[in-house]
Design a protein around this ligand. Sequence first.
Ligand SMILES: NC(=O)C1=CN([C@@H]2O[C@H](COP(=O)(O)OP(=O)(O)OC[C@H]3O[C@@H](n4cnc5c(N)ncnc54)[C@H](OP(=O)(O)O)[C@@H]3O)[C@@H](O)[C@H]2O)[C@@H](O)CC1
Ligand SMILES: Nc1ncnc2c1ncn2[C@@H]1O[C@H](COP(=O)(O)OP(=O)(O)O)[C@@H](O)[C@H]1O
Ligand SMILES: [Mg+2]
Length: 281
Amino acid sequence: MLSELKSEILHEVILRRPDDSHKGNFGRVLLIGGNIQYGGAILMATQATVGSGAGLTTVATDLINLTALRSRTPEAMFVDWRNDEQLTTAIQTNDVILIGPGLGTDEFATQLVRKVLASVNKDQILIADGSALTVMAENNLTFPRDTFTVATPHQMEWARLSGVQLNYQDNHQLNEVQRQILNLDVLVLKQHHTLIYTETEQKQLQIGGAYQATGGMGDVLAGIVAGFAGQFKANATKAVEAAVYAHSAIAQEMAGHSYVVKPTFIADSLPNYMARIQSNL
Ligand SMILES: NC(=O)C1=CN([C@@H]2O[C@H](COP(=O)(O)OP(=O)(O)OC[C@H]3O[C@@H](n4cnc5c(N)ncnc54)[C@H](OP(=O)(O)O)[C@@H]3O)[C@@H](O)[C@H]2O)[C@@H](O)CC1
Ligand SMILES: Nc1ncnc2c1ncn2[C@@H]1O[C@H](COP(=O)(O)OP(=O)(O)O)[C@@H](O)[C@H]1O
Ligand SMILES: [Mg+2]
C-alpha cells in the first residue's frame, strides 16, 4: 500500500537534545567518495551531514580534496582513502557509513565498494548512493545481510542495480522483489515525488519540485540521510524518511524566492530548519 510521507515524520524524529548529551551521542559518520573529477559531491554531502547534526563526521576521500574540505567544512575529519590502515580503522569505528557521492566507477572505486560491503557489521548502518550503486550493478554485488542498509538511487541508478527499467519502476511489487534479492532494507527511489520502500511500507513524498533539478541535490540528500541515521538511532527507517522529507521541504521553502535551489544552501539551512521543527514554529 502506497501512502503519503507527511510532515509529522519530522516531529516524530527531530527531538530536543538532552542537556547532558555530548557529540558521542549523535553518531559517528564516515563518508566515502570524491575522486578528482567529482570532489564537489563529497564536499556537499559532508556539509549536509555536519549541518544535519551528526556528532562526529569523517571523510575518506582523495588527498586532492583535503584543502577544500578543510576550508569549507572544518568540522569534518579527513582520511586519505589510499591509506588502507587508516581507512580500515575508520570503517570499523564509525556507526554510519555513506559510500558513493562522487566516488567514480574505476578499479580503485570498485575496490573500495567491495571493502566496505565486506567489512560492515550488524551494529552499523550502510548507505549507498551514486557511483557506489553503479559499481555494485556493474559487478553484481549485493548488500550485506546483517547490516541495516539504505540505497538512494535516482531512477537510472536503480535501473542499473535492479534490472528494472525506468518505465516499469512504478510496479511496486516488482521493486519489492528486487529489494529482497539485494538484501536492501530501505530503498529511496529518487525522482519527482520520491518513493521510499521499507520492509512493510511504501511511502511517497508529495512536496518538492523542479527547482531541485541541479547537480549535487542528491549528494546533499545522501549527507542528510547519513547525519539523521547517525543521530536519530531509535528508528533508522524513520530517520531516513525524515531526512527525505526535510531535504525537499527546505528546498520548497527556498523556491519561494529562488528559481533554482543550490544544494549547499539546503545543507547550510538545516540547523535553522531543525530548530524550527523542534520548537513547532
Ligand atoms: N559537483 C559534483 O562533483 C557532482 C558529482 N556528481 C557525482 O557524479 C557521479 C555520477 O552521477 P550522475 O547521476 O551524474 O551520473 P549517472 O549515474 O550516469 O546518471 C545519469 C544518467 O541517468 C539518467 N537518468 C535517468 N533518470 C534520471 C533521474 N531521475 N535522475 C538523474 N538521472 C537520471 C540520465 O539521463 P539523461 O540526463 O541522459 O537524460 C543520465 O543518462 C556520482 O558519483 C555523483 O555523486 C553528481 O552528483 C553531480 C555533481
Ligand atoms: N523535478 C523534481 N522534483 C522533485 N525533486 C527533484 C526533481 N528533480 C530532482 N529532484 C531531486 O533532486 C535529487 C537528485 O538526485 P541525484 O540525481 O542523485 O543528484 P546528484 O547526483 O547530482 O546529486 C533527488 O533527491 C531528486 O528527488
Ligand atoms: Mg546522485
